[in-house]
Design a protein around this ligand. Structure first.
Ligand SMILES: [Zn+2]
Length: 140
């Protein structure tokens, strides 16, 4: 077991089994989500609970080794860090809103804008999966 995998059970439980960026539910995707380092290891990020995030592969692969991105004005902003909020879902609602009909996530803040853009949160595949999960009542 790799060092980060030792944290999987508790990171998944803390996240309620959902991607902490785009809210897809791991159990309903058939895919094992990533235990992501918010501050990438390549930039000195540690494998500690305060730096780990449950992320679907789409969000994590888009985020790559970044902790910042551009908002809609092209200004560099920090990405949404779920660990800045307790519980993280409150922070999520501060920076994003979810349209229950379309599955589209809209940013409420410049941090939200940078995160939606950088993580490609409204990639058609993720929007489709999110819409299905909303339809069957897995995401409210
Ligand atoms: Zn995601």
């Amino acid at each position: 077991m790799t060092q980060v995998e030792a944290y999987r059970q508790i990171v998944e439980a803390r996240a309620g089994g959902a991607c902490e960026y785009c809210r897809l539910l791991q159990a309903a995707t058939g895919v094992t989500f990533h235990i992501e380092h918010f501050v990438p290891r390549s930039r000195g990020g540690l494998t500690v609970m305060s730096n780990l995030v449950l992320s679907c592969p789409g969000c994590n692969l888009s985020k790559a080794d970044r902790a910042s991105g551009e908002d809609q004005s092209g200004v560099t902003q920090s990405l949404f860090n779920p660990r800045d909020y307790e519980p993280s879902i409150l922070g999520w609602h501060l920076h994003f809103s979810l349209d229950g009909d379309t599955g589209i996530i809209s940013p409420r803040t410049s941090i939200g804008e940078a995160t939606v853009n950088t993580l490609r949160i409204n990639d058609p595949n993720r929007v489709f999966a999110r819409k299905l999960q909303i339809f069957v009542g897995l995401i409210a």
